[in-house]
Every structure is written in structure tokens, then in C-alpha cells.
Design a protein around this ligand. Structure first.
Ligand code: UDP
Ligand code: MG
Length: 310
């Protein structure tokens, strides 16, 4: 029988783990496939690892525990590397990714020959409105700038064939922005839509600041347009200054040179140096990513696991 692997990143999720496990086992009674669940404990500080270990008497449960918190991206990467199934999906442990969709996803991928069946939240119910607003702006912005399409509301909850996952595993970059990497590899994707579900237990690990940094990560990883914009601003300022020089020379020749204009001078110095710093900052962001990429550090470090290395 074919096997479905479920990769589950967990960070401080002791309450959700048993609930998640039960929900999946219940769902799999209706699905004709073997099951493998890979819990990735992302350096949790509570009893997450203990809760996972309670479940490993079930042979289908695998776990990887990190030496510290490396972030959800690293956890997903570790899980995908360890997965041995013919079909692979990623799910949040808080049951915000409805297990009830799995059966339909599996049917679509098998019968209608899609390579990926993804899920999309069409509402953001239960989320602070300001967060939804910035999320929408971010998707508009990145889709204008990047050639790779990012779907608004797309979750990491997507069932993929072995071939798709193998292609993703070939992308070995250090700065991982999965939403982009998933789109980058292409393949035939079918989107299932559903209404946002709130967490069963615990609370979200994403503060506004963390999401902001993640958004910058997405932009820097998938487009170099900000660099082009900096260059264009530079050119525009050169042109303006050139015109201004000519205007001043002509004016001085006609009207003489009464010394004035100190306030306007200060404003110009502020504006120009601000823009210079901004452009330097943009350049710095790309340099920083390059720096981390060149160091070639591992994306995560495993402390313990029951996954046999393949
Ligand atoms: N997560 C993780 N490492 C982190 C942060 C989150 O593995 O550093 C996991 C978390 O346990 C959950 C999933 O990623 O299973 C999604 O996190 P969360 O529910 O907090 O995000 P939200 O659904 O609010 O976007
Ligand atoms: Mg969640």
C-alpha cells in the first residue's frame, strides 16, 4: 500500500500533540494508505518532546528533536528530509490545518493526477484585523516584484508527490522561505479553499515583529527589485542635481549671489542622506543573506531522533 507522510513542526505544543494524533488516527480510518507522522520538536521548552515520546510505541510515529529553536522553516526542512512516504504533507500541530481535507486531497492527487494539492484560507477570521491588512499588502507587493507567484492565504498544508518533494530537497539554500520555494519548483497545483480555523490549544508563535522579518526574508529571497529601485532612485537624484546646478548657475549670472537658502540646504541634506542610508540598508540586507549563505552552516542540528538515516 502507498504511504502518506505527515511532517509536523512543533514548538511548545504539549497540549496540542495528543489532540492532533487522535484526530489524524481517526481521519486515517477513512483513507486507504499507510501513515507516517514525523513530529519535529523545534527546541521546545515545555513537555512537547515527552508528549511525542508517549506516542512512539505506535510504529508509524517518528520524531526529530532539535538542539535549540531553529524556526518552523528548519523544522519543515528536517521533516521533508526524513519523510519516506510516496505522498508527503506538512501540517500544523494546532489543528488549524483541518485533517478532514486529507481524504479529498489524496483523492485529487491520485485520481486527477495533480502533483500538489494545496490549501488556502479564504478568510482570516479570528486574526487581528491589522495583521490581516499587512498580510494582504505583503502579498500584493511581493507578487508585483517577484516572478514566482505567492498565493494569498496559501498554507504550508499541501499534499505533494515524492517527485515534488525531491525537487524541493534539491534547493539547499540556508535562508529558506518555503512559500516561495514551493512555488519555485512549479508542478500542477490544485487549491482547496477553506475557512480559517482557530487553534485547539496554546497560542500563536508569530509576533508581529517575527512576521515582519519573515516578510523581508521573502522579499530578499525571491526578488532583487529593491536593488534596482535603489539604483533608479540614484539616477533620478543625479538628474535632479544636474538640473539644479544649471538653474543656480543661470540664476547667479542674472541676479548675482545674495547668500541665503540655509533652511532649504538642510532639508536637502537630510533627504539625500536619508535615501542614501535606505539604499545602503537594502544592499546590506542582500549582503547579510549572502554572508549567511556563504558560511554554509547547517539549517538545523538534531539532538535526538528515531528516524533511521536513509
Ligand atoms: N512552529 C515551529 N517553530 C517555531 C514556531 C512555530 O515549529 O519557531 C510550529 C508551531 O508549533 C505550529 C506551526 O509551526 O505547529 C505554526 O505555528 P503557529 O500556529 O504559531 O502559527 P500561525 O498558525 O499562528 O501562523
Ligand atoms: Mg497555527
Amino acid at each position: 500500500m502507498e504511504k502518506i507522510s505527515i511532517v509536523v513542526p512543533c514548538y511548545n505544543e504539549e497540549e496540542s500533540i495528543p489532540l492532533f494524533y487522535e484526530a489524524i488516527i481517526k481521519e486515517f480510518k477513512n483513507i486507504e494508505a499507510d501513515l507516517e507522522i514525523i513530529f519535529v520538536d523545534d527546541g521546545s521548552k515545555d513537555n512537547t518532546l515527552l508528549e511525542i515520546k508517549q506516542l512512539i510505541k505506535d510504529k508509524c510515529v517518528k520524531y526529530i528533536s532539535f538542539s535549540r529553536n531553529f524556526g518552523k522553516e528548519a523544522a519543515m526542512w528536517a521533516g521533508l528530509n526524513a519523510a519516506s512516504g510516496d505522498y508527503i504533507t506538512i501540517m500544523d500541530v494546532d489543528l488549524q490545518d483541518p485533517p478532514a481535507l486529507l481524504k479529498e486531497m489524496f483523492r485529487l492527487i491520485k485520481e486527477e493526477k495533480y502533483d500538489i494539492v494545496g490549501t488556502r484560507r479564504v478568510t482570516r477570521k479570528g486574526e487581528p484585523p491589522i495583521r490581516s491588512f499587512f498580510a494582504r499588502c505583503f502579498y500584493k507587493l511581493i507578487n508585483k516584484m517577484s516572478k514566482v507567484e505567492m498565493v494569498d492565504g496559501a498554507r504550508d498544508y499541501r499534499l505533494m508527490t515524492r517527485q515534488v518533494v525531491d525537487s524541493i530537497l534539491q534547493l539547499k539554500e540556508y535562508n529558506r522561505y518555503s512559500k516561495g520555494l514551493f512555488s519555485f519548483v512549479g508542478f500542477n497545483t490544485k487549491w482547496l479553499e477553506y475557512e480559517n480555523v482557530e487553534r485547539v490549544a496554546g497560542e500563536t508563535k508569530w509576533s508581529f515583529w517575527k512576521l515582519f522579518l519573515y516578510a523581508i526574508e521573502g522579499i530578499v529571497s525571491f526578488t532583487t527589485i529593491p536593488l534596482t529601485i535603489s539604483a533608479v532612485i540614484g539616477i533620478i537624484f543625479c538628474l535632479i542635481s544636474f538640473i539644479m546646478i544649471i538653474v543656480i548657475i543661470v540664476k547667479t549670472m542674472i541676479y548675482g549671489d545674495p547668500t541665503s537658502g540655509w533652511p532649504s540646504m538642510v532639508c536637502i541634506i537630510f533627504a539625500v542622506s536619508g535615501i542614501q542610508l535606505l539604499c545602503l540598508g537594502v544592499l546590506g540586507e542582500y549582503m547579510a543573506k549572502l554572508y549567511l549563505e556563504v558560511k554554509n552552516r547547517p539549517v538545523y542540528i538534531t539532538k535526538e531522533t528515531n528516524v533511521e538515516t536513509r
